[in-house]
Write a protein that binds this ligand. Structure first.
Ligand code: PNW
Length: 489
């Protein structure tokens, strides 16, 4: 029996003892109202918990050629035949660039208090370095003003994968340290222009994903399949860019800001809640994030990583490690799934990551294994390993094979099931005092799902791409209830 259930039963027992005698009490059964009340308390989130949604520039904005926007590696990649399902691209996407006011109203109707969006680097600095494009920045001025006018707090991400193409052409993108420096210049510039109204900043989104899918497996832009050594160097340059970005944002901010990252920290979940398996999951989480969250929080690569990488380890200086580990104000975790880990005394590292059986359930995206526990263990292990800092779940959500019903509505019961289970685990984390402060559901609306094109839908709102009509799904109604009650429902 879990702690929560045990506590719930204890409370119920207490209530039963206090209640006047009724027929149900005589039978030893608590009255239904008592059961409902205690159950509701056990699903409540802390006061002030921040509920939000998230999107990213290339996935929603469209307007690819408007107002002086430069090209990004995703324009190039998606326009290369065979790279994206049905050769789809983000030229129009959700046309959010023109429809942002309507989209802010969707957020308002949900009741969200926070919106995590990303800023398109090639819109703001078309060549990646050099002259900014004021018209590009203006879009974000308008968006931020619209959010604030509607009581929604903007959380801005500076890099959600749309690298200016000229930086790829010049130095090989993140293969070059110059890209890290260019990122810091861009980050400082945007902070200087928006920080009068934007208080919360994320440097980059998901190191592991953009480095490995982009530079190792070639399935995301820039579509490369590089050697280990080159991938490791690109990963290093990216976290260096993050650290330089943190410093630049703080240096150029007009008002006090909070800076963090939105990382796809891979979460190891103990197969069972025993001390040995929990310790195994902690070690596994630290090692499997050696090139991102671990080096960012500890300022060093783990011994195991350096040993395993051997001659392929990245080249770096002590000064760079210091920059990379510049202290953050909060931690953003993009958590969709987790990996089960068991204690394994036969291994020097003491753990084994289990390969799930083929029958393990996943959502519409094949990688999206259902693992609600990852939200609890992620918060707990990250706090245990690296200290007590505010945590935001900067992405969580799922794809579903959404098809409108005869009445035009999408009844995405699987997404509701997914959300209810994940939020229950997040609520467990909050109730145990872990510093989880907010949750951004991915995504506000269906959008360009990278190499999957428009096939895997992650939205709370169904988007009809022929008309750009947005229709709330059942999950949008569900999330509205969650927010209104500040509770799992
Ligand atoms: C994240 N994987 O991407 C991104 O931050 C979003 O832009 C994206 O739309 C969302 O999650 C849903 O996919 C991921 O293969 C892409 O493990 C791929 C993986 C994980 C996250």
């Amino acid at each position: 029996m879990s702690d929560i259930t045990r506590r719930g039963f204890a409370k119920l027992a207490g209530l039963v003892a206090l209640r006047p005698a009724t027929a149900s009490a005589a039978l030893g059964v608590p009255a239904e109202t008592d059961v409902l009340r205690v159950a509701a308390e056990d699903r409540q989130f802390p006061k002030g918990f921040l509920w939000g949604t998230a999107t990213a520039s290339y996935q929603v904005e469209g307007a690819a050629k408007e107002d002086g926007r430069g090209e990004s590696i995703w324009d190039t990649f998606s326009h290369t035949p065979g790279k994206v399902v049905s050769d789809a691209n983000g030229d129009v996407a959700d046309d959010h660039y023109h429809r942002y006011k309507q989209d802010v109203q969707l957020m308002k109707a949900l009741g969200v208090k926070g919106y995590r969006f990303s800023i398109s680097w090639p819109r703001v600095i078309p060549s990646g370095t050099g002259a900014p494009n004021p018209k590009g920045l203006d879009f974000y001025n308008r968006l931020v003003d619209e959010l604030l006018a509607n009581g929604i707090r903007p959380f801005a991400t500076l890099y959600h994968w749309d690298l200016p193409q000229p930086l790829q052409d010049k130095g090989g993108g993140w293969e070059s340290r110059d890209t890290a420096k260019a990122f810091a210049d861009y980050a400082g510039y945007v902070a200087s222009r928006l920080s009068d109204r934007v208080h919360d900043w994320f440097t980059m989104n998901e190191f592991w994903v953009f480095i490995n899918l982009g530079y190792r497996f070639g399935v995301h832009a820039p579509g490369l399949k590089l050697s280990n050594a080159r991938v490791n160097q690109a990963a290093h340059n990216a976290v260096l860019g993050h650290g330089l970005g943190v410093q630049a944002i703080r240096a150029h901010a007009k008002k006090p800001v909070r800076v963090g990252i939105a990382d796809s920290t891979s979460i190891s979940v103990p197969v069972m809640e025993t001390p040995a398996h929990i310790a195994a999951a902690e070690h596994a989480t630290r090692e499997s994030n050696a090139q991102a969250m671990t080096v960012i929080r500890e300022g060093k690569y783990t011994e195991k990583f350096l040993h395993d990488a051997g001659a392929d380890a990245p080249k770096y200086t002590a000064e760079e490690l210091k920059i990379i580990s510049t202290p953050l104000d909060f931690i953003g975790l993009n958590t969709y799934t987790g990996s089960f880990v068991r204690s394994d005394p036969t291994k020097p590292e003491g753990y084994t990551t289990i390969d799930n059986p083929k029958s393990y359930p996943h959502m519409a995206s094949p990688w999206l294994n259902v693992c609600p526990e990852a939200l609890y263990w992620g918060s707990r292990i990250v706090t245990k390993l690296w200290g007590n800092k505010p945590i935001y779940i900067t992405e969580n959500g799922c794809s579903s094979s959404d098809i409108p019903d005869k009445d035009g509505k999408v009844y995405d019961t699987d997404r509701v099931m997914y959300l209810r289970n994940y939020l229950t685990q997040l609520r467990r984390a909050a109730s145990e005092g872990l510093p989880v402060r907010g949750y951004f559901l991915w995504s506000l609306m269906d959008n360009f799902e990278w190499a999957d094109g428009y096939t895997n839908r992650f939205g709370l709102h169904y988007v009809d791409y022929a008309t750009q009509a947005r229709t709330p799904k059942l999950s949008a109604n569900y999330y509205h209830e969650v927010i209104a009650r500040n509770s799992v429902v």
